[in-house]
Design a protein around this ligand. Sequence first.
Ligand code: KIV
Ligand code: NA
Length: 278
Amino acid sequence: MTKKNIIDFQRMAAEGEKITWLTGYDYLTAKLQEKAGVDMILVGDSLGMVCLGYDTTFPVTMDDCIRHCQAVRRGAPNTFIVGDMPYMSYQVSDEQAVANAGRFVKESLVDAVKLEGGGAAMVSRAKAINEAGILVIGHIGLTPQFMGQMGGYKAQGKSAGAALKLVNQAKALEEAGSCMILVEGVPAAVGKAITERAKIPILGIGAGSYTHGQLIIYADMVGMYDNFVPKFVKKYADVGAIMVQAFKDYVDEVHQGSFPIDEKHTYLMKEEDEKEFL
Ligand code: KIV
Ligand code: NA
C-alpha cells in the first residue's frame, strides 16, 4: 500500500470514498493497523487515558506525544499519521503553536497535527501553523480539552443555536487553511450540515454517517479500554477478554507445571554433551 497524502484525501472526499481513521499509540498496534489498510492514524492525546492511566488528557505533555508518534511512525511507515497537540502546547500563542507543531514534524515525522477548538484564537493558530507549511486539522464539537466548560464529556451542538455555531466554526477553520476538520460528538444532522458546506474533508467521531470519513479510538473498538465507553463506540472485538484469558491460562499452566514441559518450548543439549555435563 502506498502512503496516502492530502490530495488523495481530497479526491476520496470528492468521490464519496470514505476515509478510515483510527487512533494508535505504539509500534505494535500501528503495524497491525497499517497491515489492515487503515488510511490514517491519530496519535491522540487520549494516550493519557489509554496508555498512561490518567483520568483526563490534561497531564499529557509534548514529550509524551512525540515519543508515541515516533513509535507509531516506526510501526506504520506508509500511513498518514496525525500528531495530536496536547493541552497547553498551542493555547498560549500562535508562536508556541507553530513551534510545537514544528517539533511534531521534525522529531516524529508526522504528516499533520490536530488541535481542538473553533474560536477566534484557534482559527488564528490554524492559520499560523498552515502558513508554516504544516498540515493542520481542526477538531470541534465535543473537545475534551474544554471539558470544564462543557461540564463533562457530553454531546455538543444539540440546539439549533449551538449547531449553527459549529457550522460557522468549521467554515472559519477551513478559511484559515485547515486541511481537514474532525467533528466529535454531535447529532448526525450537524455532521451532515458541516460536511455539505465544506470544501475540505470532514471526519467524524460520533457525528453520524454523513461525514467523509470516520475516526474511532482503537482501544474502545477492540474492547481493551472499558473505564468509559461512549455511546458512539461500536465494539468490533473483545481483545481485552482474549488477553485476560491468555494471561490466566499461562498463570494456571505455570502453577501446574504444565508449561514449559514440551520439547517445543525448551532448549535441549545434544545427548552426548548432556551426559558429559551431568
Ligand atoms: O485524543 C484523541 O484520541 C482524539 C479523538 C478521540 C478525537 O482527539
Ligand atoms: Na485528542
